[in-house]
Design a protein around this ligand. Structure first.
Ligand code: 13P
Length: 252
């Protein structure tokens, strides 16, 4: 944890669930949210944003999983940042490795989307992370800092932007880096943020994501410069998501 920073535990529901399942899951998260020391955030699929917001109530934040770089226009199938804000979202995940892989999103586009998010009053959660081949080649830190340089807009720190370190090979695999490896990358991200944004970079939240479970969350969340988690699979079970949130250090 970074001293003085409230941890953020975010659930990325990805492309899972029916409306009924989403509402039940949100009710489950709501039921345990008051006991959490961490800030809680749920990012459902677009069609579920409004009902999930209602089911979550005021104690749990709402976020989108992506937005378009343009404010509006003829972009069939896309969603504008202002639309997310309009339905109650305050965050948006951008540059997730699944978007980078499935839709060919490169750093410049992620940066443009983050600028659109800031313009609409959303806090961007910008994802970075190396592939397994890149890690094996010893390039993890260089890949991640390069993604930060290319993906973060200038207004990022002033808006309290969030970085999520998600090694691609750890997502949905049950595999994670060692705690020392996570700490090393988070320290490199912190140095990059401070180098770019000065003092403001010292207080930005850096989340870890990739096979976070109740069993490993406590150790990961205790690491320096790990200020929360971005949770995929385990966020689809309310009890597991809440157990992960319960793993934030006492001092947080
Ligand atoms: P898993 O927790 O399922 O590994 O997914 C992580 C992730 O991609 C969150 O954005």
């Amino acid at each position: 944890m970074t001293p003085g920073v409230r941890p953020l535990i975010a659930g990325n529901w990805k492309m899972h669930g029916t409306l009924r399942e989403a509402a039940a899951l949100a009710e489950g998260v709501r039921a345990g949210a008051a006991a959490s020391r961490a800030e809680l955030l749920i990012c459902p699929p677009f069609p579920h944003l409004v009902p999930v917001a209602g089911a979550l109530g005021d104690g749990v934040g709402l976020g989108g999983q992506d937005c378009h770089a343009a404010a509006r226009g003829a972009h069939t199938g896309d969603v504008a940042a202002a639309m997310l804000r309009d339905v109650g979202a305050t965050y948006v995940i951008l540059g997730h490795s699944e978007r980078r892989a499935d839709h060919g999103e490169a750093d410049a586009l992620v940066r443009a989307k983050a600028e659109a998010a800031l313009a609409a009053g959303l806090v961007p959660i910008v994802c970075v992370g190396e592939s397994e081949a890149q890690r094996l080649a010893g390039a993890a830190e260089a890949v991640v800092t390069g993604q930060l340089d290319g993906s973060l807009p200038d207004g990022f720190a002033a808006a309290g932007g969030v970085v999520a370190y998600e090694p691609v090979w750890a997502i949905g695999t049950g595999r994670t880096p060692t705690e020392a490896e996570i700490a090393a990358i988070h320290a490199a991200i912190r140095a990059n943020l401070e180098g770019r944004f000065g003092e403001a970079g010292a207080g930005l939240r850096i989340l870890y994501g990739g096979s976070v479970k109740p069993g490993n969350a406590k150790g990961i969340l205790a690491l320096p410069h790990v200020d929360g988690a971005l949770v995929g699979g385990a966020s689809l079970v309310a009890a597991d998501f809440l157990a992960i949130a319960a793993g934030v250090p006492d001092a947080a």
